[in-house]
Design a protein around this ligand. Structure first.
Ligand code: HPA
Length: 271
């Protein structure tokens, strides 16, 4: 464990957070309010957690909220650091190492995305089945041990995906699966890049998820990811994404995602 992860684990301990988590949920753009649903919640600023993305750099609230929901120990990470903020694909490494050291049954990544499928209009949810990382970047470049050769077969855990599909059925929500393609951002894609992504097999594009999933798999965490579609990709079906639209649609779609996450957490006690 890195010294930063150890130090943040000590801060958690000092706040009585010692039990392993059933799930940790990273909340993407416009989705931070979902953390309000926890009872017995302890809320800590990332500024007090060494190794977590520091507010100011990432321009978000940056809080870790740990509490209970449906009898389960849940952590919400309100905000993430993106590669495009610093040029560091390991931006979430410290936070993930701390969660892994505490013990965490499932890591759930949520993110706003652009859609490349007509049946995934803005406001839809998509369960990530796999990703394409065509960026040339990898958060494990420079790691000097053989555990950098991480297998990414079933990177998005099949059992967790089955739980999410069941959760969607219980909540009466559509949750098609698809392939997420990571783009570095912060500029949106060109229409030509979106056409390329579609030809390569992508169903959605976004600026996070993939590096976090890679880091988490190296730590042995089980990973799942849910995309909230905020727009069609640039040039596809008239898509012309803007950050304001991303935030607006994420805020309205957050309710759907909250229902899905609630149902997912509720279902965690079934084997
Ligand atoms: N592209 C990349 N990231 C995104 C998009 C998009 O169209 N929408 C929301 N996040």
């Amino acid at each position: 464990m890195t010294s930063a992860a150890k130090a943040s684990l000590d801060v958690l301990k000092a706040h009585g957070i010692v039990e392993p988590l059933d799930a940790a949920i990273v909340l993407g753009t416009g989705l931070s309010d979902l953390a309000g649903s926890l009872s017995e919640a302890v809320s800590l600023s990332y500024a007090d957690l060494p190794g977590f993305p520091q507010p100011g750099v990432s321009g978000h609230a940056g809080r870790l909220v740990v509490g209970r929901s449906h009898g389960r120990r849940i952590a919400f990470l309100q905000g993430r650091a993106h590669y495009y903020e610093s040029g560091d694909p390991r931006a979430m490494a410290g936070a993930l190492e701390c969660l892994s050291a505490l013990g965490c049954g499932a890591l759930v990544l949520t993110a706003a995305c652009g859609s490349l499928r007509a049946d995934l209009p803005p406001g839809s949810l998509m369960l990530v089945a796999d990703h394409i990382n065509w960026s040339g970047l990898n958060p494990l470049i420079g790691v000097a041990s053989d555990d950098r050769f991480v297998s990414l077969i079933d990177a998005y855990d099949p059992a967790l995906r089955a739980r999410f599909r069941a959760a969607a059925r219980r909540a009466d929500l559509l949750l098609p699966e698809g392939v997420y393609m990571w783009f570095s951002g912060p500029s949106f894609e060109t229409p030509a890049e979106i056409r390329m992504a579609g030809l390569m097999g992508a169903d959605a594009v976004g600026m996070s998820v993939a590096p976090e999933a890679i880091l988490a798999r190296r730590l042995g965490l089980k990973v799942s990811a849910v995309s909230l579609i905020t727009n069609y990709g640039a040039g596809y079906q008239g898509g012309a994404p803007t950050h304001d639209q991303t935030k607006l649609i994420a805020a309205t779609g957050a309710q759907k995602l909250a229902m899905l996450l609630g149902s997912f957490i509720e279902g965690l006690d079934t084997p």
